[in-house]
Design a protein around this ligand. Structure first.
Ligand SMILES: [Zn+2]
Length: 256
């Protein structure tokens, strides 16, 4: 049985939980550490299912940078081209974003030190903000792509953004069917959850620690997403500095 979409409630409002508040979290401090080779053992393929171009670096730049030298074992799946990020903008039209954002993804992975000529990419071109309407199609496509034993990263099923949740649900279902290993990453949960929030599946949480070099390259990689980190006239950037600071902690949290 596939999970159904929960009642839509917009959790991504206001400034969200600050980095300083997260730094006081006892629950977070108790999350056990996991090593990269435990997440993606040698010989295993890593499949990253990203709802929007940027989710891969926001959620798992550290895991990706650990694939340096193993790029042929990486498959990046862009579910949408992220054309819905600037609905009111005259500057960033949907057609321009469709061109720009996949290039930003490529540039970002280059900044992580990965050989992007060797990486495998699939663009599914589902409509941004409406992945849920195409979830069956996403399941069918992923069933053809995901193989037994794959390590598959997607956004967490309860992340609080409709596309992140839909992508997470579809990926979770397919990994179970195909006997692959699911790795869920929270992205917007860092915004809406509280430091000891019982809605976070702490028992499934693990932390991959990022050293200073990897963290610096993650920061650079995020900056490659110019359309998302730059203000658009008087409109603040889609990814504001508070959001980025929460996602640039010296670890990446995953749910296994
Ligand atoms: Zn996203």
């Amino acid at each position: 049985m596939r999970e159904q979409a929960a009642q839509a409630e917009n959790l991504i409002v206001g400034a969200g939980t600050s980095l300083a508040e997260w730094q006081t979290s006892l629950a977070l401090s108790r999350v056990p550490i996991i090593a990269h080779h435990q997440l993606v053992p040698m010989g295993r393929r890593l499949v990253v299912v990203a709802p929007h171009p940027d989710d891969e670096v926001l959620g798992c730049a550290g895991i990706l940078s650990g694939m340096k030298g193993r790029e042929a074992d990486v498959l990046m799946i862009a579910v949408t081209d992220g054309e819905g990020s600037h609905p009111e903008s005259l500057e960033w039209t949907p057609s321009r974003l469709c061109q720009q954002r996949p290039l930003e993804s490529l540039h970002a992975l280059d900044r992580l030190g990965l050989d992007t000529r060797v990486l495998n990419w699939r663009r599914l071109r589902l409509p941004d903000s409406r992945v849920a309407e195409h979830e069956d199609q996403l399941v069918d496509t992923l069933m053809d792509i995901i193989r037994p034993g794959d390590r598959v990263i997607s956004t967490w099923r309860r992340d609080g953004h409709c596309d992140h949740e839909s992508t997470g649900r579809a990926t979770a279902y397919v990994t179970t069917q195909q006997d692959a290993c699911l790795i869920e990453v929270p992205i917007w949960a860092w915004h809406w959850a509280g430091p000891e929030d019982p809605r976070i599946p702490w028992a499934r949480a693990h932390k991959l620690m990022l050293d200073a070099r990897v963290l610096a390259s993650k920061r650079l990689a995020i900056r490659a997403h110019c359309s998302q980190v730059s203000p658009d006239g008087d409109t603040p950037a889609v990814l504001e500095s508070e959001t980025l600071e929460r996602l640039l902690q010296p670890f990446e949290m995953v749910f296994l």
